[in-house]
Design a protein around this ligand. Sequence first.
Ligand SMILES: NC(=O)c1ccc[n+]([C@@H]2O[C@H](COP(=O)([O-])OP(=O)(O)OC[C@H]3O[C@@H](n4cnc5c(N)ncnc54)[C@H](O)[C@@H]3O)[C@@H](O)[C@H]2O)c1
Length: 327
Amino acid sequence: MNRILITGGAGFAGSTIARALRDRNPDSEIVQADNLGRRGSELTLPGLAAAGIRFLHGDVRNPHDFPQDFKADVLVECSAEPSVMAGYSSAPNYLLETNLSGAINCLEYCRKHQSQIIFLSTSRVYSTRALCSARIVETSTRFTFAEEQVLPGCSPEGISADFPTTGPRSLYGTTKLAAELLIEEYGHAYGIHTVINRCGVLAGPWQMAHPDQGIFTFWLWRHLQGKPLTYIGFDGTGRQTRDLLDARDLATLLDLQIKEPEVWNGWNGWNGNVGGGRQISLSLQETTALCRELTGNVVPIAADLNPRLMDIPIYLSDCAQLYARTS
Ligand SMILES: NC(=O)c1ccc[n+]([C@@H]2O[C@H](COP(=O)([O-])OP(=O)(O)OC[C@H]3O[C@@H](n4cnc5c(N)ncnc54)[C@H](O)[C@@H]3O)[C@@H](O)[C@H]2O)c1
């Protein structure tokens, strides 16, 4: 694999993946395309340029913005409106057009050039209602999944790909699930190699985090700045729990998926969970303790008892399927 196109390549995941792939594959030609719509994305450009990664100012909503002179072996789709709250307080057009039409344009590029597609999907493809009805145990600092569950694909290890995806899952999650279905269909219809990674929360350097996306980095940033925070919903105690994954570890996985799309443990057609799992998870309350330890700062934390729209008490990625392929 010598030619790699990364859409949304100036964003947090895209730029991290671009730099990691460059380090691991010095002979490859990497182009990253981004409309720089996310504030702060422009800050990654000098570092990417210094690493020899070509930048194309382009918008995935416009098929003509895809590089005409560059036939990629693999397209890594990292562009998105990635907020779970997107489309609720304003019209959903940008979300739908970027996440769904953008994915279709990426697929059309891949069909035309017979490129492999690697898609960053999300744990939000799973039903919010089902996630809220999973049986949970409350400890003094966090929520955990109970041993006994009624729903398939749920256990103390977390949520597996067998978990229900039917029912509301946020507009964001729905665009991602719809894109997943199209990717699978394109793989079948046109023979392109497809890989879908359903990511839990990502974290790491260069994340321009906010509460709707990148909560752990946001929490640490507020501690560094000495600014107040709020535990929202779930009794205001900060016991909501998520797993987290360093985006550089995700890049390590992508390097494997790119190098041997068909043969190496059969990545072609893969659609599975990728995350830190139960072992690498934190509640907000635990995150606060960690941030205090790391920064030496104690910031005021208010409690807002009103639940946030589409919020869930706990998500942990059950990555047993992934570990079976990689260990
Ligand atoms: N960060 C997470 O915790 C997380 C978790 C699960 C899945 N994901 C997925 O990973 C991918 C990358 O997320 P991220 O955290 O890097 O987000 P990000 O916002 O940092 O990066 C997205 C990039 O896409 C660009 N972009 C937005 N609209 C565009 C458009 N119309 N055309 C071209 N570029 C456009 C933005 O400018 C930005 O640079 C997304 O698909 C997201 O859904 C992220």
